[in-house]
Design a protein around this ligand. Sequence first.
Ligand SMILES: [Cu+2]
Length: 82
Amino acid sequence: MKNQTIGINGMNCMNCVGKIEKGVGALDGVLNLSIDLKGKSMTLDLDEGATPLSKVHETIGSLGFEVFEHKPKGFFGKIFKK
Ligand SMILES: [Cu+2]
């Protein structure tokens, strides 16, 4: 289980948040999902053996949103940036 923070563009209301919660929450190995609408970010604990991070990115994209960065908890630089 790794805690991840993912920056997401395109969310502008609670419906958007609900869509992502439902879509990403349905993936295996996702726990403690929480979305910060104002902060444009999502945090989750992810078991990458069940679902790779790329699948989470892909799911967010297929729902019509854009991932612009992600970082594991405690990592202060950016390891993924679009
Ligand atoms: Cu919305």
